[in-house]
Design a protein around this ligand. Structure first.
Ligand code: ZN
Length: 185
């Protein structure tokens, strides 16, 4: 994989144990922990793409109600996956990690300014924030890898259809965390 960067999406208290919690999300936590730890060891940049909403954000008002409100505990990364000091944290205010955030310029600054070329996506949810972030990564010319045992959704159907869409529409490579880690070496 060419110049990878990990993007961990919305692994926040509100999505895992709080307001919008989904029980089936829990099994991806150890996998993502393995992924970020291996990345840090191999010098692969780790970026957290986190909802940090204002109460008036359209997504809050029109669709989901209050969740991951900026500054609250619900908007913090779950303790098991807490960012290390060398990781990057980029706040977002809707589904895509790229939409009106500094994510693209951050990715382009990595690897001594040569820029990351491949984004490795993990987190929540396969068919929503992962999908929209993948769309924006695709539009900007990044290669996309999705950790299939490192993403989840509300239902098995949402998850499976989400993965298929990512593969069919954005040419995402769907890999296990183990397969991804092997390529770091
Ligand atoms: Zn949100």
């Amino acid at each position: 994989m060419e110049k990878p960067a990990i993007i961990i999406i919305d692994m926040l208290n509100d999505f895992v144990t709080g307001k919008l919690q989904v029980e089936r999300t829990k099994h991806i936590i150890p996998n993502l922990k393995q992924l970020v730890e291996a990345a840090r060891k191999s010098g692969v940049p780790v970026v957290y793409s986190n909802d940090a909403h204002y109460p008036q954000d359209v997504e809050v008002v029109e669709k989901w109600g209050n969740h991951a409100i900026k500054g609250t505990r619900g908007a913090e990364v779950i303790p098991e996956l807490a960012p290390s000091v060398k990781d990057y944290v980029v706040e977002k205010r809707t589904y895509s990690g790229f939409f009106e955030t500094g994510l693209d310029s951050l990715l382009r600054s990595l690897y001594k300014g040569e820029g990351a070329k491949t984004v490795i996506l993990g987190g929540l949810h396969t068919h929503m924030c992962v999908r929209h972030t993948a769309a924006d990564a695709f539009f900007r010319g990044y290669h996309i890898i999705v950790a299939k045992d490192g993403v989840e959704a509300f239902t098995e159907k949402d998850h499976e259809e989400g993965l298929k869409y990512l593969e069919n529409v954005y040419g995402a490579k769907i890999m296990t965390v183990d397969e991804i880690i092997k390529e770091f070496k």
